[in-house]
Structures are given as structure tokens and as C-alpha cells.
Design a protein around this ligand. Structure first.
Ligand code: F6R
Length: 237
């Protein structure tokens, strides 16, 4: 695992955006696994800037998002589908038909999960997976548990995740359930890039210097042969 420390959020995002842009230049039809939330916002901003400057071309890129809330239609202001459109896809030259996100309103969530795994297989797997990390160590919405779940699945979000994400739902509460890819998809990515702001220092230290356990789901990235962690902090891990 490569662990890189940065002094500021912006430096972290720039480094992550550089690695993603490099991957696209190396493989214009790359399959990117993408995340939502506050951590990747700056990464998307830098990539948009690079696109505007003609430094990166998304026309053949395919993307697969990690997760979506159950029950939120894709136009709901807090759906991850809308987040991606507003904060990234709508501002670059990606073909919307090449962007994939689990359908949170599928009538049969289990069938939707199976479809999503099949789709990722059909795309040939993920070349580069971008990840944030929850305060409880989750990646995607793989919440702390007594086992790692391999497949895409419907998950009941933990109280700590609901509290952390309540800030995006002014006057409301986030949905209790979500669909998330499982560990097989994340670990199957050819490379993994996890970013973590200053506020995540404690969990980053625990996940990447401590025991590998499903109680801290991100800790499994220690076993990945091409994992990079970029975090903001004053101290080395
Ligand atoms: C989002 C996702 C989550 C977030 C994590 C951190 O698609 O899968 O694992 O990356 O909850 O969220 P932020 O970046 O908002 O602190």
C-alpha cells in the first residue's frame, strides 16, 4: 500500500485528480469506480478544470458508482445520481450512457444488486476505484459487520452513517437503506485510491495500521496490491 500525506484538502484532491487523469491517458476507455460525498468533490473540481484546459478527455471513459440510497429517484436532490450529474458528469464530455449507478427505486432490490454485479463484470471490472471512508471505517456503504460481504447488496445504514449524512438532508433524515457494491468489486479493481480529509485521521490510522477486520471495513485494503491512500494530516500514520 502506498500512503501519501498531504497538508491540505486541496493538495490531496489535486494528487488524486492527477492519478485519475493519468489512468485515463493510459487507457482512454478506462472503467472508473466513483464515490459521492464531500471527500471527492475537490477531486471532481480538479478533473473538470483539467477537462476545460484540454488535459483530459472523458469521451470513452465508463464509470460505475459505488452506491445509491434506496427509495430515492434519480432526480431527487439528494440522490447520488443527481450528485454525480451536478458535480461531475454534467461538466465534462462523458457520454451519460457510459455512467452507471445502482437504481435506488428498483422494485426488486436483490435483482438490481445482481444486475449491477453482472454489469460490472460485463464492463470488464474496474480499472481505478476512488473511495472515501466513513468515520466508522465503511467504504462504499459496506458498514462494520462480523464479515465482509462480497456481492452488491442492500444494506441498512448504521446510526453513525445516518448521523454523518443527515447534513445533506436539511429538515429530513437520510433513507435507512442503500444499495452498495460489495468487497469483491472493490478489491477486484486493478487499483484503488482512497482519500480522507483531516477529520478522518483517526479512522485512517486505525484502518491502515491496525488489524484487518470487517469491524473496520476499509482495513481490507491492506491486502490490495495496488492501493493508494492519500490523507490530510500533520502526522505520519
Ligand atoms: C459515498 C460512499 C461513502 C463515503 C463516505 C465518506 O459514495 O461510498 O463511503 O465515501 O461515507 O463520506 P464523506 O466524503 O462525505 O465524508
Amino acid at each position: 500500500m502506498v500512503v501519501l500525506r498531504r497538508d491540505t484538502y486541496d493538495e490531496m484532491c489535486r494528487s488524486a485528480a492527477d492519478l485519475i487523469a493519468e489512468e485515463i491517458r493510459r487507457k482512454p476507455k478506462a472503467v472508473l469506480g466513483l464515490a459521492t460525498g464531500s471527500s471527492p468533490l475537490g477531486v471532481y473540481r480538479h478533473l473538470i478544470e483539467m477537462y476545460r484546459e484540454g488535459k483530459v478527455d472523458f469521451s470513452c471513459v465508463r464509470t460505475v458508482n459505488l452506491d445509491e440510497y434506496c427509495g430515492l429517484p434519480k432526480d431527487h436532490p439528494e440522490s447520488y445520481a443527481r450528485f454525480m450529474r451536478e458535480n461531475f458528469f454534467g461538466q465534462i464530455n462523458i457520454d451519460p450512457q457510459n455512467t452507471f449507478i445502482p437504481n435506488g427505486t428498483a422494485e426488486d432490490p436483490d435483482a438490481e444488486c445482481a444486475r449491477y454485479d453482472h454489469l460490472i463484470g460485463w464492463l470488464g471490472g474496474i480499472d481505478l476505484q476512488l473511495l472515501g471512508i466513513g468515520f466508522n471505517g465503511h467504504i462504499g456503504f459496506n458498514e462494520p459487520s462480523d464479515r465482509f460481504i462480497e456481492e452488491t447488496h442492500r444494506v441498512r445504514l448504521t446510526q453513525s452513517t445516518l448521523i454523518a449524512n443527515a447534513r445533506f438532508f436539511p429538515g429530513g433524515v437520510p433513507p435507512e437503506y442503500a444499495i452498495t457494491v460489495g468487497m469483491k468489486t472493490i478489491l477486484g479493481a486493478k487499483s484503488v485510491l482512497l482519500i480522507a480529509g483531516e477529520e478522518k485521521y483517526r479512522i485512517v490510522k486505525r484502518a491502515f495500521t491496525g488489524e484487518i477486520t470487517p469491524r473496520v471495513p476499509a482495513s481490507i485494503l491492506q491486502t490490495h496490491s495496488h492501493a493508494t491512500v492519500i490523507y490530510v494530516g500533520e502526522e505520519e500514520l
